[in-house]
Design a protein around this ligand. Structure first.
Ligand code: IYR
Length: 251
């Protein structure tokens, strides 16, 4: 049992979640309901040339930091994008994610205040010279107008553990990987819907943003997205992507 407990704690990840373990095997129940499997028929596709068309769509995605301030996509578009994100695979089907969608200016301003306060410290003193220098080509700084201009902010929380229907603590295996995959799918969906986005990982802002949104103790902020339409005068860094032969190795 000591061995099994250690294994489970290791699997539970960096958070070292304390788990109450049943001491008798018969008391251990799966978090998911055990049901017979059902037949699966693979879904629809984008043929002809589905993969190529998808690549071309995604290749147009850029991180946008200048949004049209008064142009808001309908919420149901966002809802479908988040539904798509929710189809992501997850460790033991725990679905360990929460997508907090902010559209109220007052709340966006509160997020911006928190982020700008921390980013000011990051850029001026907290982070090392190499960090600041590596960001220079991106022309980012501590002032974040996009956090109030973008019609939507999506704060993505990973759930480090959950609760079963009968009130037991549920281990969320690979919760960070699962939530990151879901975020990737969300980015694809937003792009497919013609929306622009910015992925940010607000350094040191997690606890304050979690308090602002009143999130429960099992949630940790992973990523903050700004979502909307690019401003007419939006510009982006002149970047190139690695070629296929640089990212794919055939064996
Ligand atoms: N989070 C900061 C800094 C930043 C860090 C990385 I790594 C980037 O790729 C871009 C920015 C900011 O948003 O300014």
């Amino acid at each position: 049992n000591v061995y099994r407990r250690r294994q489970a704690e290791k699997l539970a990840g960096e958070e070292h979640i304390a788990v109450e373990f049943a001491m008798i095997d018969a008391d251990i129940k799966p978090a998911l309901e055990e049901k017979p499997h059902v037949p699966y028929a693979p879904g629809r596709n984008l043929n002809p040339n589905g993969a190529r068309r998808f690549y071309e769509l995604m290749n147009d995605r850029r991180s946008v930091r200048a949004f049209k301030a008064n142009c808001k996509p309908p919420i149901d578009v966002l809802e479908y994008c988040i539904r798509a994100a929710g189809t992501s695979p997850s460790g033991a089907h725990t679905e360990p994610w929460t997508f907090c969608v902010i559209e109220e200016m007052k709340v966006k301003q509160a997020v911006r205040d928190i982020v700008e306060r921390e980013e000011h410290i990051n850029y001026s003193t907290r982070m090392h010279a190499q960090w600041v220098t590596d960001l220079r080509p991106l022309q980012t700084n501590a002032i974040k107008p996009y956090l109030t201009d973008a019609p939507y902010l999506i704060l993505i929380f990973k759930q480090t553990y959950g609760t079963t229907v009968d009130g037991r603590k549920k281990l969320h295996y690979y919760n960070e990987i699962s939530t990151s995959i879901a975020t990737g799918i969300l980015l694809c969906a937003l792009q497919a819907a013609g929306l622009c986005s910015l992925v940010t990982t607000p350094l040191n802002c997690g606890p304050a943003l979690k308090r602002l949104l009143n999130r429960p103790s099992n949630e940790k902020l992973l990523i903050l997205l700004a979502v909307g339409y690019a401003a007419d005068d939006c510009s982006v860094p002149d970047l190139e992507r690695k070629r296929l032969q640089d990212i794919m190795i055939k064996y």
